[in-house]
Design a protein around this ligand. Structure first.
Ligand SMILES: Cc1cc2nc3c(=O)[nH]c(=O)nc-3n(C[C@H](O)[C@H](O)[C@H](O)COP(=O)(O)OP(=O)(O)OC[C@H]3O[C@@H](n4cnc5c(N)ncnc54)[C@H](O)[C@@H]3O)c2cc1C
Length: 458
């Protein structure tokens, strides 16, 4: 509960309608795309960096917890206001501030969605490579907060690789500018990267400058089906090892394939164990050579059916299944836990097999979806959190998934962040000296611990 005098001060900072505290509104901001929830005391919808600075000064003075929020699509509880307080939603800050086609960069407000940016720069023949599947709704600030990736990550990397600079408000209200707009910039320590993946713990990002690329002249996708899941996952390392750098290399197991087919009726075979979906881009003649070589590799590894898209329409059709997979799985049961344990590509076969075995052992429905080309697996567990016995099995399975990834030389998250859900597993990766350093960093930037308390290191 925010004391009335403080609430009035906060109301005075934002525009009309920018302070929400009705029970219905608070419920809307109490959860995200994870299974966690907790009510805030108020929600603020600022429209400028300066307003956020004023909000942080008041929050600091009265030690009020502040949870920065974009669209709340994160899958790890990052925007759940664990300790109540204020949610600062950036969605009203959604302008493109500057777009330079000549210099190939754009500076945008943090509440702009990824797709709005893509649509705008595409008019000039440019694109922004990071493409989280949530791009129609997830914001650029949220993409920075989680250091989001997407299917194109195999070739183009994650958000951090494309952020040239940013503006942020610190816990005490100070406004900082990190990085800049130049393609190269090694002036001092890289503060920009510090904020990528910082999950709203170090400051509130209000503007982001990203670099852009020309849209590749051609792209082509190829789909291959396998009777054995090992054959599908072993093919991934063969393709990467062949020297081809695909844009995307996705894997779906039979659980996901069948659920997608149940819902979408797109002709996916039901009697297969795995599917790979691979995209290349660049000069047309080179792409065609690469898809032929990929088809040969898939055949050599036992693929039973291979389809290469010949037109843009066929290209779209091939991707329908992959794009809809999470949505389809989410409709099956009240909860769909989408984890993102990540391993070195050569360990993918062991990881995929291990995930399937863990699902069987705990009698759970687990589908495997993976940005396989960079070892980033997405085990999807569908369950009902209200069923305590089932949920206990879910939690045991998740613990084993993380241990499996670490045993294979991997990590807890490739792109979804730690938030609440993976915090207990941090000691698997961060030992005392590194964890202490994280805490000290937090102490310097947010000594009162008001930014997103209860997450990662506080
Ligand atoms: C259907 C679906 C598909 C998805 N696909 C992908 C995918 O392919 N790849 C991927 O990486 N992720 C994916 N995600 C996860 C999610 O969409 C991403 O993490 C995304 O970057 C979150 O953006 P958002 O605007 O919703 O941020 P939010 O969920 O609102 O916030 C995410 C985190 O960033 C912090 N934050 C938000 N805005 C700011 C800011 N302005 N300043 C500082 N901190 C901030 C929050 O406190 C929180 O910790 C998917 C999610 C769904 C539901």
């Amino acid at each position: 509960m925010i004391e009335e005098g403080i609430a009035n001060k906060l109301r005075g900072i934002v525009e009309k309608g920018g302070y929400l505290d009705s029970p219905e509104d608070l419920i809307n901001y109490s959860y995200d795309s994870s299974a966690d929830e907790s009510l805030p005391d108020a929600v603020l919808l600022p429209e400028t960096t300066e307003q956020i600075s004023e909000i942080m000064k008041i929050a600091g003075e009265f030690a009020i917890p502040v949870t920065p929020r974009g669209s709340g699509t994160n899958l790890s509880g990052g925007t759940v206001p664990l300790k109540g307080g204020i949610v600062v939603s950036l969605t009203r800050m959604n302008r493109i501030i500057e777009f330079s086609a000549a210099n190939r960069y754009a500076t945008v407000e943090a509440g702009l969605t990824n797709l709005e940016l893509q649509n705008e720069v595409q008019k000039e023949g440019l694109f922004y490579p990071p493409d989280p599947a949530s791009w129609a709704v997830s914001t650029m600030g949220g993409n920075v907060g989680e250091n989001a990736g997407g299917p194109r990550g195999v070739k183009y990397g994650v958000t951090r690789d494309w952020v040239l600079g940013l503006k942020a408000v610190l816990a005490d209200g100070r406004i900082i500018n990190a990085g800049g707009v130049t393609a190269k910039n090694v002036t001092g320590v890289d503060l920009t990267s510090l904020f990528c993946g910082s999950e709203g713990l170090l400051g509130i990002v209000t503007e982001v400058t990203v670099k852009l690329l020309p849209v590749p002249p051609f792209q082509q996708s190829i789909q291959a089906f396998f009777k054995e899941i090992d054959h599908a996952s072993e093919t991934v390392a063969r393709i990467i090892g062949s020297g081809i750098v695909p844009v995307a290399l996705e894997l779906m197991d039979s659980v996901v394939i069948n659920m997608v087919e149940d819902s979408k009726h797109i002709g996916l075979p039901r009697d297969v164990a795995g599917m790979l979906l691979i995209m290349v881009d660049g000069v047309e003649s080179e792409c065609r050579k690469q898809t032929e070589l990929i088809a040969e590799i898939c055949k050599g590894e036992g693929a039973t059916r291979i389809e290469i898209a010949k037109t843009a329409e066929e290209e779209d059709t091939l991707w329908i299944g992959r794009r809809s997979a999470f949505g389809v799985m989410s409709q099956k049961r009240p909860n769909c836990i989408l984890e993102d344990v990540t391993v070195p590509v050569s360990k993918l076969p062991e990881a995929v097999k291990g995930i399937i075995e863990i699902g069987k052992k705990h009698r759970l429905t687990v589908g495997v979806l993976a940005h396989a080309g960079d070892g980033n697996t997405h085990p999807m567990i569908v369950a009902d959190k209200r069923d305590k016995e089932e949920w206990k099995r879910v939690e045991e399975a998740i613990t084993e998934l993380f241990q499996l990834a670490v045993d294979l030389g991997g990590t807890l998250s490739g792109e979804h962040g730690i938030g609440i859900s993976k915090k207990p597993f941090m000691p698997l990766i961060y030992k005392e000296p590194e964890f202490q350093l994280l805490k000290e960093l937090k102490q310097v930037l947010d000594p009162k611990g008001i930014l997103n308390p209860g997450k990662i290191m506080n």
